[in-house]
Design a protein around this ligand. Structure first.
Ligand SMILES: Cc1cc2nc3c(=O)[nH]c(=O)nc-3n(C[C@H](O)[C@H](O)[C@H](O)COP(=O)(O)OP(=O)(O)OC[C@H]3O[C@@H](n4cnc5c(N)ncnc54)[C@H](O)[C@@H]3O)c2cc1C
Length: 502
């Protein structure tokens, strides 16, 4: 092990590593937002963003399937510092345009290195520096960077290798089989029979976008999902604009309204799930007609708060079902056939194209090998400090957003926290900060990252054992509650015993 560290140190010396105060991994919505907060709140810090892609956008650049759009509103998925001006639900290219403007307006381009894949991160308590190894796509060279603080904004799933269940005889299918993440714009569904496997937000997006163009679309689901149908507009935003309110104020007020309403809805989902379920059905009937049949395809079996409530603008998937362009089948796949899919019920579904909308593989810290003082980090052995920092791993934070509320709300909030921490360190003359269990935490149970009872999406459940552990106290868990955290975060005492400085 020590030989390996020495080898690496020699290579670094030979390559003359570039140094920055803060290195940000990833130029998705988290990395770009974090960079703006850093530039704004810590203008004296030098920083660099590395991303393996050729451009910014992360999720919104990776996915190119028909109709790709957000499933939460852009007033809250957008940053707090940049007003969102369009309809609440946005297409991927609109989100990319918004992010492009943020990069331009904040002059971030000189700080971004695209085509750089981080392959190794190691921290030394001797130097209090991270050494980050990256491979440049342009020439295949391995480069080294050193930094004082590592801000991990590399997301939570593998962008190259989507989750595809191990279906029997998949190779026998003679048509086109593709996972939604791998969709390319040249694929034409015109006049084709399409099966989409899945029932989540991706399926609910891709299906209405293909409906009417394809000869028929079948949504094949194992079990139904809850959907929230509503027009793609925000009445309050429209009204405020109509009476001449400026965009920054519209953004601030509408964000507040949406967050307030979401909090109320989440609470109602817990307190009176049957009432909310009936209301969701009523919204669907507005688009699909009063006689729309919910049994058996639209009656979920899980409890309503256990998974993200997917927003369906204008109930478009239900309109397509009502028009007969889309049908839904709730069954299990027995195996693939030359013509399509044989179901456990014995029915065979025929298709020209089969789209797997079956989700992701969780990627913990980008699956990048991490070392601290020459020892490999196993994230499952660490305990998380509020879902941001990890015991035994100094000078590092990971942006992990919300499941029920917009991810980006946490990007802004963590931006404030990390900048406050960096300034606090500078004020103390500290070069290193790490989170540590306090004496009263030592007997704390080490629990899985998330409570299954509270939230249980499949990608997380499949690989939960790889994630850092959670404790049973507010400091040692990502509580997934924006409304609580927005009050708690600014009050965090950075001189508390859970922070150790050197
Ligand atoms: C189709 C889809 C729709 C979604 N819609 C919503 C929504 O409406 N609302 C919501 O809140 N959430 C949504 N999500 C969740 C969404 O992924 C997050 O909200 C958010 O986009 C994550 O942003 P991020 O910047 O943290 O990560 P990502 O978007 O995953 O970006 C990470 C970036 O890091 C780079 N990277 C990763 N590893 C490395 C490495 N080793 N070296 C260098 N660079 C690396 C990647 O190339 C990528 O550019 C959606 C997810 C998907 C897939």
């Amino acid at each position: 092990m020590l030989d390996k560290v020495a080898d690496r140190a020699q290579t670094i010396a030979a390559n003359d590593a570039m140094h920055v105060d803060v290195l940000i991994a990833g130029a998705g919505i988290s990395g770009i937002g974090s960079a703006v907060h850093l530039k704004d709140q810590c203008p004296d810090k030098s920083f660099l963003i590395l991303d393996s892609k050729e451009t910014f956008g992360g999720t919104w650049e990776t996915h190119k399937y028909p109709g790709v759009r957000s499933d939460s509103d852009l007033y809250t998925f957008g940053y707090r510092f940049k007003p969102w001006i369009g309809p609440p639900i946005a297409a991927a290219d609109e989100i990319l345009k918004y992010m492009g403007e943020v990069i331009e307006e904040n002059d971030l381009n000189p700080h971004i290195r695209y085509g750089h894949t981080i392959t190794h991160c190691s921290f030394s308590r001797d130097t209090n520096l991270w050494t980050v190894e990256a491979i440049s796509k342009a020439d295949g060279k391995t480069l080294h960077f050193t930094c004082n603080f590592l801000w991990m904004c590399q997301g939570y799933y593998n962008h190259n290798d989507p989750y595809i269940p191990d279906w029997t005889d998949r190779e026998k299918f003679k048509g086109l089989f593709i996972h939604a993440m791998k969709w390319t714009p040249d694929i034409d569904v015109t006049g084709k029979k399409v099966i989409v496997i899945g029932s989540g937000a991706t399926a609910a997006t891709v299906i209405p976008a293909m409906a009417g163009k394809a000869s028929h679309v079948t949504m094949l689901q194992r079990s139904p999902t809850y959907f929230f149908c509503s027009p793609n507009q925000n009445e309050l935003a429209d009204r405020l604009r109509q009476i001449g309110i400026d965009e920054p104020t519209v953004h601030r007020v509408v964000r507040q309204q949406i967050m307030y309403d979401q909090q109320a809805l989440t609470q109602r989902c817990i307190d009176e799930p049957e009432v909310v379920t009936e209301e969701l059905k009523e919204l669907i009937r507005l688009y699909a007609g009063p006689d729309f049949q919910f049994e058996p395809h639209f009656t979920p079996k899980y409890r309503i708060w256990q998974q993200r409530l997917a927003f369906v603008p204008d109930g478009d998937i239900f309109q397509a079902v009502a028009r007969g362009e889309v049908s839904v089948v709730t069954d299990h796949i027995d195996r693939f056939t030359e013509k399509g899919i044989l179901l456990k019920s014995g029915e065979e579904l025929e298709a020209d194209i089969i789209v797997a909308a079956t989700g992701f593989k969780l990627s913990v810290l980008g699956d990048i090998p991490f070392e601290v003082d020459g020892q490999p980090v196993d994230w499952a052995d660490t305990v998380t400090y509020r879902g941001m920092m990890f015991t035994g791993v100094p000078n590092m934070a990971w942006v992990f957003g919300y499941f029920r509320a917009s991810w980006t709300l946490r990007v802004d909030m963590m931006g404030d926290f990390v900048c406050r921490l960096l300034k606090h360190m500078a004020g103390k003359g500290a070069e290193r900060v790490e989170v540590q269990l306090r004496p009263e935490d030592h007997n704390m149970p080490k629990l899985p990252w998330i409570e299954e009872e509270n939230f249980n999406p499949s990608y997380l459940m499949r690989d939960l054992h790889k994630m850092p552990k959670r404790g049973d106290k507010p400091e040692w868990r990502h509580n997934q509650d924006y409304w609580q955290e927005k009050d708690d975060f600014p009050k965090i005492n950075l001189d508390g015993a859970e922070f150790a400085y050197r």
